[in-house]
Design a protein around this ligand. Structure first.
Ligand SMILES: Nc1ncnc2c1ncn2[C@@H]1O[C@H](COP(=O)(O)OP(=O)(O)OP(=O)(O)O)[C@@H](O)[C@H]1O
Ligand SMILES: [Mg+2]
Length: 256
C-alpha cells in the first residue's frame, strides 16, 4: 500500500522551493541539484541547497565538504536553518547537509517532514531559491517534500525503468498537489533529439493516462566529464564552463 502524505503548504516564505526527484536511483539528482544551485548562484540568486535525501545523504560527499551540523540538528530542534547551514565559498551557495550514509534520518515520520518544512519557512526570505535534493524512491517523505515544492524537477534517463519511475512520481504528484508545477529533466541523453524522444514518450503517457502531458524543463547530455568532476570533488561549471552540458544546465536554470 502506498502511504498518503498529508497536504503541505509551500514552505519557504519568499524563496522559491525547487525539489529534485526521480523515483529511480542513480540518475543524477544529486549532481543536478548541486550544479543547478551553482548555476543559480552564478546568476546572482541567493541559494540554499538542502540535502533532503534523508536515508543516504551525500551532497557533502560530492562537494568534498565537512557536513557541519546540518539537517539532524534542525530536525532535533537544536538549531534553526540559518544556524545549521554552511556556506560553500567556491560555489556561492549555502548548504544544509544531511546525515551522510548513517541512515540516521531514514524512516522519519511525517512530523519530521513538517518540522523541516516549518524550519525552512521560518528562515523566511533569506534565500531566493531553496533547492531540495530528494532521495530515490517514493516514500511518504519524498512525496510530502515534492508536494510542498513550487517546482518539482523529475529527473529521468532514457532507460525504461527510469521512465516508469518518473511516470510514477508524476502520477503521485498530481494526486498530492493537483495543478502543481512538475517538469521533466532528461539527463544523460545521447543528444538533444534522443532526450526529446524520451520526453515525448513520457508526455504521451501522461497525456493519455493522467489527463495532461508533462512540461520539458531541459535535456542534459551524458558527459564523461561529470563523473570525473565528481571524483575530483570539483564544480562542473567551474571546471568546464564552456562545455555544451554547462550551457544546457544554464538554459534549464534560465527557464525556471
Ligand atoms: N549528465 C551526466 N553525464 C554523465 N554522467 C552523469 C551525468 N549525470 C549524472 N551522472 C553520473 O551518474 C551517477 C549518479 O549521479 P547522482 O549521484 O547525482 O545520482 P542520484 O540520482 O542522486 O543517485 P541516488 O538516487 O543514489 O541519490 C554519478 O556517478 C554521476 O557521475
Ligand atoms: Mg543522490
Amino acid at each position: 500500500m502506498i502511504p498518503e502524505p498529508s497536504p503541505q503548504p509551500p514552505p519557504a516564505g519568499g524563496g522559491r522551493l525547487i525539489a529534485v526527484a526521480s523515483g529511480k536511483g542513480g540518475v543524477g539528482k544529486t549532481w543536478l541539484a548541486i550544479t543547478l544551485s551553482h548555476a543559480l548562484a552564478l546568476a546572482g540568486r541567493r541559494v540554499l541547497l538542502v540535502d533532503a535525501d534523508l536515508g543516504l545523504a551525500n551532497v557533502d560527499v560530492q562537494l568534498g565538504l565537512e557536513p557541519g551540523h546540518g539537517l539532524p540538528a534542525v530536525l532535533a530542534g537544536r538549531l534553526s536553518v540559518p544556524e545549521a547551514v554552511r556556506p560553500h565559498p567556491a560555489m556561492g551557495f549555502d548548504l544544509l547537509a544531511g546525515c551522510s550514509g548513517s541512515g540516521a534520518l531514514a524512516g522519519l515520520d511525517e512530523a519530521a517532514h513538517r518540522r523541516l518544512l516549518g524550519a525552512l519557512r521560518d528562515a523566511g526570505p533569506r534565500w531566493d531559491d531553496v533547492v531540495l535534493d530528494l532521495g530515490a524512491g517514493l516514500d511518504r517523505g519524498v512525496r510530502a517534500l515534492a508536494a510542498a515544492s513550487d517546482i518539482l524537477l523529475v529527473v529521468a534517463t532514457g532507460e525504461p525503468t527510469s521512465l516508469t519511475d518518473a511516470y510514477a512520481v508524476l502520477k503521485l504528484h498530481r494526486r498530492d498537489r493537483p495543478g502543481g508545477d512538475a517538469r521533466l529533466v532528461v539527463n544523460q541523453a545521447a543528444d538533444r533529439a534522443a532526450g526529446e524522444r524520451t520526453w515525448r514518450s513520457l508526455d504521451r503517457a501522461c497525456g493519455s493516462f493522467l489527463g495532461g502531458g508533462v512540461r520539458l524543463a531541459g535535456v542534459l547530455r551524458r558527459d564523461p566529464k561529470v563523473p570525473e568532476a565528481i571524483r575530483r570533488q570539483t564544480a562542473f561549471l567551474s571546471r568546464h564552463p564552456a562545455s555544451p552540458l554547462a550551457s544546457e544546465v544554464d538554459a534549464l536554470r534560465a527557464a525556471l
